[in-house]
Design a protein around this ligand. Structure first.
Ligand SMILES: CC(C)(COP(=O)(O)OP(=O)(O)OC[C@H]1O[C@@H](n2cnc3c(N)ncnc32)[C@H](O)[C@@H]1OP(=O)(O)O)[C@@H](O)C(=O)NCCC(=O)NCCS
Length: 181
């Protein structure tokens, strides 16, 4: 059984970052993340059209956290409270001891090692606190930035193309000793 209790919300910190819960005042940044064509180029989701879409998304995310169904962190630089990106754990399977990971950064905050730092902390949390044994990531086969990030953490291509979308590939990481904290 996984250890899934997300209240109080698990705020995580790293050297430069604070990963906190989404709040309604994040709506503009969430709207940008979910409407910017470059950020969404390889993401299999409907683009947001209005700020209302961002508001509904924030509410839905926080409902899912209240139900212990998924976790979604706003990534912030510790000296500012503004959201610069997001990282989430979802698709928990108690039976198979696994979950999925997803992440995205606003364009101005890419290529600074921010996601590497955030992902290291979240992967450690998934293994050491939630006690999953496997983390999966589904991504477009051409999403080189995402592949590079995953391979830095030793995720491996599962070589099982998605049956519904042949452009999607699955990477996975199995828990082993000496995990990230
Ligand atoms: C996937 C995504 C988050 C990766 O972002 P990223 O900027 O490449 O990743 P990081 O934040 O870890 O930054 C790593 C880069 O910062 C550089 N860097 C600069 N300063 C650094 C520092 N202090 N520490 C570490 N790396 C640093 C690294 O060299 C690396 O660049 P390189 O690959 O050219 O060598 C980003 O491309 C994105 O948001 N894409 C759109 C959404 C998306 O596709 N999400 C994935 C869904 S599966």
């Amino acid at each position: 059984m996984l250890s899934r209790s997300f209240t109080p919300f698990p705020i995580l910190t790293t050297e430069r970052l604070t990963l906190r819960q989404l709040v309604s005042s994040d709506e503009q940044e969430i709207f940008t993340l979910r409407s910017d064509h470059e950020i969404n180029k390889y993401l299999d989701r409907q683009l947001s059209n209005t700020i209302d879409d961002a508001r509904s998304f924030i509410n839905k995310v926080n409902e899912n956290i209240n139900k212990n169904d998924s976790l979604y962190w706003a990534i912030t630089l510790s000296d500012k409270n503004t959201l610069v990106g997001a990282i989430c754990l979802f698709g928990f399977s108690d039976e198979n001891h696994k979950c999925e990971i997803g992440y995205e950064l606003l364009t101005n905050f890419q290529k600074q090692g921010i996601m590497q730092e955030a992902a290291g902390r979240v992967i450690g949390y998934a293994f050491n606190t939630i006690k999953v044994k496997k983390i999966e990531a589904f991504l477009h086969r051409d999403n080189q930035r995402s592949i590079k990030l995953l391979e830095q953490f030793s995720f491996r291509n599962s070589d099982e193309p998605d049956k519904t979308n042949p452009d999607l590939i699955c990477y996975h990481l199995i828990h082993s000793r000496g995990d990230l904290k």
